[in-house]
Structure formats: C-alpha cells, structure tokens
Design a protein around this ligand. Structure first.
Ligand SMILES: [Zn+2]
Length: 412
C-alpha cells in the first residue's frame, strides 16, 4: 500500500503521514498537519496567524488496522496566543483530549461499554479500566447534554426506586411507559426528588401526563398528586406482587427463627434461604417436586400455610373482569388478612387499604408490569457488571446508556 492511500484510509483531514513503524504489536503512524492548516488555539478556540513557536508530539490511540493496534504520533504546533500572551498548542478536533484517543475509537469504546463491562471492553481494546472509564464518562456526559436536555416528557410514566449502594442509598428513575425507556433519573427517593422531574418538564407538560404507575411509596404519590393533577395514579401490579412476596418472606424468616429455637431440623431445612423461591414463585410455575415440598411445608407450619393462602387469594383480585368485582374481592381479602392473626399480613393489609384506590386504578389502566420488571432486571445486571459504581453520577448515566435514550442503538 502506498503511503498516499493509507493517508486516505486514515481520513484525518489536513494531516499527512510522515512515517510508519511496525513494532510487531502496534503500528506507529507519525502524522503532522499540512502547513496550510489553520492554527486553532486550544486555549481560546480562535484561529491565530503568526509564527509557529515550537512543536510538541502526543500519542493518540486509534482504531485497529488489520488486527494491529494503531498509535498515532501527532505533531502539535505551539503558538503564542494574543489573548493571554502565553504559548498554547493547537486544538485537534478528532481527538478526545483527556483520554488521548481518536473520536472514532472513543465511539467504539462507548458501543462496547453498552453491551459489556468496562473491564471486558478494556481487555478487548488493550486499555485499563481507568482509561475506559474516562472515555465512557466523557461520551455519556456529552450525549446527556444533547439528548436529555431539555428533560424528555411523556404521557404515561412509571416511577421506580433503585438501591445503588448498600446502606439504603437510593435513586429515582422515571420511565416513559410507551417508549419503555428510562428518561430521567436522580439521586434520592423523596418527594422533592420527583418534584424536580415535574419542575424540569414544566407545569404545562405535567398537566398533560395521563397516568403514573408507581411502587406505592407515599413520597411519589404525594409529589404526583401535587404536580400532575390529571394523572391517574396506579400502584402497579409488579410492585404489589413484590410486596406480597416480601411479606411472605418476612413470615418465613420469623418461622425459621422459631424452628431454630425449637431445634426442628425438618422445618429448618425446608425454610432456609435455598428453599425461599418455592414460596415466592407463582404456584402454577412450580414443578411437581417443588409443589410436593411446598405442600409438606404448609402441612407442618400453619403460619406459612396461611401466608401462602393470603398471597394466592390476593392474586385473585387481578383475575377479576372489572373494577367493581375487583373491589369486592379486595375488601374480602382485607377481612381475611385482618382475621389471619399473621402480624406481617395484618400490617400489609392496613397499608394496602390506604392505597386501595391506587391498586384498583390498575383496572382503569392495565400498565404492563413487564416494563418495570424488565428495567429492574437490566439495572440489576448493570450493578452486577460493575461491582459497584464509584460515583452516583456515572451510575445514573449508565442506566441511561443501558435502559434509556443514551444507548448507541438510538444515538448516532
Ligand atoms: Zn488563543
């Protein structure tokens, strides 16, 4: 290949190749600007005309060529800036300055980090975690400035909290139900946090919101009632079922503790953590063997039996045809739960009673729980991928990249 055509393939306008070295691992390509190229000052951004003071050489990683890593050795000119009288190098618009990679390589990093971990992306490209992190963060911040600004609005939204660190640190995600994408997020889970979203989109857009599905938290309910007066507030099915499951699990833990005290090894074995899922799964999804074990457990422990019955009878509410029959069914359940003597369910029934109309609103707008569930699972996977995020800002952006509008599948 003649140097001329490599120059073309490199496609760095106004730069020419002056040398190419091959050190077996890498191609080192020296490039320098043509004399006619304008000098754009990296300090003030203006074009300066005058004498070049000196030259500087920087290394910039670029895309692989024929499976060889490529490192450019770029000549940068230095000139005195008339604005501050100091020497500055020229600005090069195809380089990510802090990370010392070309924009096109940075784009590749961003595509990779949207499908895999930073460590894996780094292994593939031959970069360490720190370099990947810097490139990723810079790209995501740049995109967020364009795509998430002004804050996207929606007609049907869903609000959800996510734990981002141990010790109860949470963040709030706003999801556009129709697009199935996270469109906004912020640290914290108070009413003030959600107020911020409504504040960002403005009064006009807030009043146009038709429905808001949420997890039953009073903070989100009060903020929504105040800011989006026309929205139908729905305590969504996914979170109701989640609540039922955690309550069954509370009963299990309590009974397990009792069984340990009484040294009932048969019960302990059936109720330990490994067996937990039998209680949490839908009965219809259990295998024959699992069903047998559950039946045996229920026959040995009355509280667990009652808890399972209460969970199942609650799910009947969702099989009703219309809101009126669902309401009847729900009221029956409140009575059953109150009479059960299972403390955890007595408390839950009280909570559900206060939010009954939001639970029943589901019959007015049956928002699919698959959306919340899907996004929840993706975020869980995202957390596992990173083994914790060093700062919440980065985690918020990664959620947008993996579950929202900052995915490379949507942006150029
Ligand atoms: Zn200048």
């Amino acid at each position: 290949m003649r140097e001329y055509s490599i120059t073309q393939a490199l496609s760095l306008p106004e730069y020419k190749i002056t040398d190419i070295k091959d050190d077996l691992v890498r191609l080192l390509i020296c490039v320098e600007p043509y004399k006619r190229k304008e000098f754009v000052c990296s300090k003030c951004g203006e074009v300066h005309i005058g004498k070049i003071n000196s030259l500087k050489y920087v290394t910039v990683d670029d895309l692989k060529i024929l499976d060889k890593r490529v490192r450019l050795i770029v000549t940068k000119r230095r000139m005195r800036c008339p604005q501050d009288g100091k020497l500055h190098v020229e600005h090069i618009d195809w380089v990510k300055p802090r990370a010392r990679v070309t924009n096109r390589l940075a784009q590749d990093v961003y595509r990779l980090t949207s499908i895999t971990t930073n460590t894996e992306a780094g292994w593939y490209l031959g970069f360490d975690d720190e370099k990947i992190y810097r490139i990723d963060l810079e790209i995501l911040e740049g995109l967020a400035g364009k795509v998430l600004n002004p804050t996207p609005t929606c007609k049907n939204m869903s609000v959800d909290e996510v734990a981002w660190r141990k010790y109860y640190q949470y963040l709030t995600n706003v999801i556009d139900v129709d697009r199935r994408k996270v469109i906004w997020n912020e640290k914290g889970r108070t009413a003030e946090v959600l107020d911020k979203y409504y504040g960002n989109i403005g009064k006009d857009n807030s009043t146009k919101i038709e429905s808001v599905a949420l997890d039953g938290a009073m903070t989100y309910i009060s903020s929504t009632a105040k800011n989006a007066p026309n929205a139908l507030i729905v305590y969504d099915k996914f979170h109701v079922v989640q609540r039922l499951n955690t309550t069954v699990d509370t009963v299990r833990k309590l009974e397990l503790r009792k069984a340990r005290k009484e040294e009932r090894s048969d019960l302990i074995e059936m109720m330990d953590c490994k067996q937990r899922f039998i209680l949490l799964k839908n009965k219809g999804n259990l295998t024959g063997n699992q069903k047998e074990r559950l039946d045996r457990l229920c026959s040995l422990n009355e509280s667990i039996y009652k808890a399972m019955l209460l969970k199942e009878s609650f799910l009947l509410v969702y099989t009703m045809q219309d809101e009126t029959s669902a309401e009847e069914c729900l009221n029956e359940w409140f009575a059953q739960a109150a009479a059960s003597g299972i403390q955890a369910f007595v408390i839950l029934a009280e909570k559900f009673r206060n939010k009954a109309r939001y639970i029943l609103n589901w019959f007015k707008r049956r928002i699919s729980s698959a959306i919340s569930e899907g996004i929840n699972n993706k975020i869980k996977r995202l957390k596992r991928m990173a083994y914790g995020y060093r700062n919440v800002r980065y985690f918020l952006l990664k959620i947008h990249q993996h579950c929202g509008l900052l995915s490379p599948r949507f942006s150029p």
